[in-house]
Design a protein around this ligand. Structure first.
Ligand code: URA
Length: 290
């Protein structure tokens, strides 16, 4: 881009304001950079200099996140010896297998940290696994981490998180007496909506996480969480306020309350009263089950 002239500065300001609004929060370079290819080069370099072990075994086997060229020498393999591939059904299968093999939350976190089948992992800074107490009676599941969550590696720590804290306080709880996670554990770039494929790849992990926590009550924060975990295509405004069940792989039905996402409530404060009603329902359910 040429240096801005005094004439086009207002237009540049408008463009920047538009970028900010659209969720662009990182300044990159003038040329596109293929980060997936870079990651693959780094991985390939460390795999070829270290003994084979769990990390070098992690590359997807068939049609995975990365298709490798014949050159693995980082010195000769400059740009684009690798191309990012759309993760396929094999990755969903692998996620299912890893999730089902995890016999506790620590193992699950480790399995997720080592899983390379979801491209979101390569643009995120951190795995956002969970916050709160694994012994909690209440588990809340959102959609995906945003910028603040990605930086801290914890769910719901930004603006929506502060509202969620207030919602929990309204029913006598806090984030230490609940367990909080997301359907997608890696921040989608620019906070874009996760694709259906990314959701399918991550679904086995959150389902296993719910099964391992085994809460008395589940709260689905927003439509994507409700649709993914309650097996429905209905919109959140219809779903909210009505008890559903999330059924685990072992057949346990956990009462689930779909409610409005805190980010939506920040944009639509008039609907906070609906979420308040849902949280009162949750409080009563927890009381009746204790
Ligand atoms: N929105 C979500 O759905 N999850 C978070 O962790 C933060 C914002």
């Amino acid at each position: 881009m040429n240096a801005p002239s005094p004439q086009n500065q207002p237009a540049l300001h408008e463009l920047l304001a538009f970028y900010l609004e659209a969720g662009v929060d990182e300044a990159l370079t003038e040329e596109p950079v293929d980060r997936f290819a870079e990651m693959a080069q780094i991985r390939s370099a460390s795999a070829s200099t270290s003994a084979p072990g769990p990390s070098s075994d992690r590359r997807p086997q068939t049609g995975g996140a990365f298709a490798e060229s014949s050159s693995t020498n980082p010195a000769t393999a400059q740009r684009a010896p690798f191309t990012a591939a759309v993760p396929d059904e094999a990755q969903v299968q692998l996620a299912r297998q890893l999730a089902s093999q995890a016999s506790n939350l620590d193992e699950l976190r480790e399995a997720m940290a080592g899983f390379d089948g979801c491209n979101l992992k390569f643009t995120a800074k951190n795995l956002v696994f969970a916050d709160g107490s694994p012994d909690a009676s209440l588990m809340l599941v959102g959609e995906a981490p945003g910028r603040d969550e990605d930086l801290e590696g914890l769910p719901f720590v930004g603006r929506s998180g502060r509202l969620l804290d207030r919602m929990l306080a309204a029913i006598g709880l806090d984030r230490k007496s609940a367990y909080i996670a997301n359907v997608i554990p890696w921040r989608p770039p620019g906070n874009r909506t996760p694709t259906p494929h990314e959701t399918e790849i991550c679904r086995p992990f959150i389902e296993r996480q719910i099964e391992l926590v085994n809460p008395k009550v589940l709260v689905n924060l927003g439509g994507p969480s409700a649709k993914t975990l309650l097996n429905t295509t209905e919109g959140i405004l219809r779903l909210r306020g009505n008890w559903r069940a999330h059924t685990t792989a072992s057949g346990i039905a956990i009462p689930a309350m779909p409610t409005l996402h805190p980010a939506y409530l920040l944009r639509t404060p008039a609907h906070k009263r609906l979420a308040w009603r849902d949280f009162v329902e949750v409080k009563m359910k927890l009381r009746s089950l204790s």
